[in-house]
Design a protein around this ligand. Structure first.
Ligand code: SF4
Ligand code: SF4
Length: 322
């Protein structure tokens, strides 16, 4: 028997891309101010590639105003399509579809597929006795390579009700790493997806460092716990920052305790500041406007910058200004 084939060597750019430092910023839930933090990091850093991996509800582009240089279709999975001319109205497809994605005309019996409900499993395609169902690849969205004032940016837009967001997240990260490796950029900064599902797992696997942006609310505390467990599972060094910490100092104290229990350093407490909303309205990073939150984010970035490409986290909790 022939020996197993040796793995193909990585081409140079792939090998380089595998070693690109990668900071992923996540939040566990939406609305914590994560994108405001990432947008400000992008403005403060000067040698990174930006990756917006919140592909279901991307909004980093609202802060960084990217100019699209390259536009690509994202193809993920397949969808069933009945060829009416070949359909004999036997209804077998409707019986076997466990997603109720197939409807039949009450008069003719001819079947059609609801593209939103179709999960692309292919069972109807296999079972149709007339081979009357096509199964083309499904275009699920688009991804872009853009230029911004803060450097190159890779971002995407998933179609309405489209699946495979984890796959699209992986694609965006991979492309951002490739650009970093081939253009001499120091690393990539990832605006991660919310939650703890497939897209977040796709954003975290293989990351160098994770920063969790949370807030002192009941849901913020709850989601922080889930996110820290996920990060621990992957064994990725992590840090936490609390946004709008002063709206609920007791909740912030509980978050500090929770982070400590997980062995995670609290990097910063960002004060509540109306300048953040003004920055959002103007589509600018808050550090460009200045103010208490901008000052806190600048200090946060200094800590992150010293740590995320391999350094140790600061051993003590940050000073808190009131
Ligand atoms: S199984 Fe095929 S032939 Fe039968 S109703 Fe469905 S599409 Fe038409
Ligand atoms: S591919 Fe699967 S989900 Fe889609 S219509 Fe056919 S059986 Fe239903």
């Amino acid at each position: 028997m022939a020996p197993p084939a040796a793995p193909l060597p990585l081409v140079e750019s792939q090998a380089d891309a595998a070693h690109v430092p990668e900071l992923v910023v996540i939040s566990g839930k939406g609305g914590t101010g994560k994108t405001s933090v990432v947008g400000s990091f992008a403005a403060l850093a000067d040698n990174l590639v930006l990756a917006d991996c919140d592909v279901d509800a991307a909004d980093l582009h609202l802060v960084l105003a990217p100019e699209i240089r390259e536009r690509n279709l994202f193809v993920g999975g397949h969808e069933a399509r009945v060829r009416e001319a070949d359909c004999t109205a036997c209804r077998v497809c409707r019986e076997v579809c466990r997603f109720d994605a197939i409807g039949c005309d009450p008069d003719t019996g001819i079947c059609t597929v609801d593209p939103i409900a179709c999960e692309g499993c292919g069972v109807c395609v296999e079972q149709c006795p007339e081979q009357a169902i096509d199964f083309p690849a499904r275009t699920c969205g688009e991804w872009f390579v853009s230029s911004t004032a803060s450097g190159p940016m890779v971002h995407a837009r998933l179609g309405i009700a489209a699946e495979n967001s984890g796959k699209l997240v992986t694609l965006v990260r991979r492309e951002a790493k490739r650009i970093a490796a081939t253009s001499g950029r120091a690393g990539i900064l990832v605006d991660g997806p919310p939650g703890v599902g497939c897209p977040v797992i796709a954003a975290l696997s293989g990351a160098t460092r994770v920063l969790v942006v949370t807030e002192p609310t009941v849901s913020g505390e709850h989601d922080l716990e889930r996110v820290l467990q996920l990060v621990k599972h992957f064994g990725i060094p992590a840090a936490v920052c609390v946004n709008r910490w002063d709206i609920h100092p007791e909740g912030t104290a509980r978050i500090e305790d929770r982070a400590r229990e997980h062995g995670v350093t609290l990097f910063a407490k960002i004060r509540y500041d109306t300048a953040v909303t003004s920055a959002q309205v103007q589509g600018r990073p808050v550090v460009e406007l200045g103010g208490p939150a901008a000052d806190d984010i600048r200090e946060l970035w200094e800590r992150v910058e010293a740590w995320w490409d391999g350094g140790e986290p600061p051993p003590t909790q940050p000073e808190v200004r009131k």
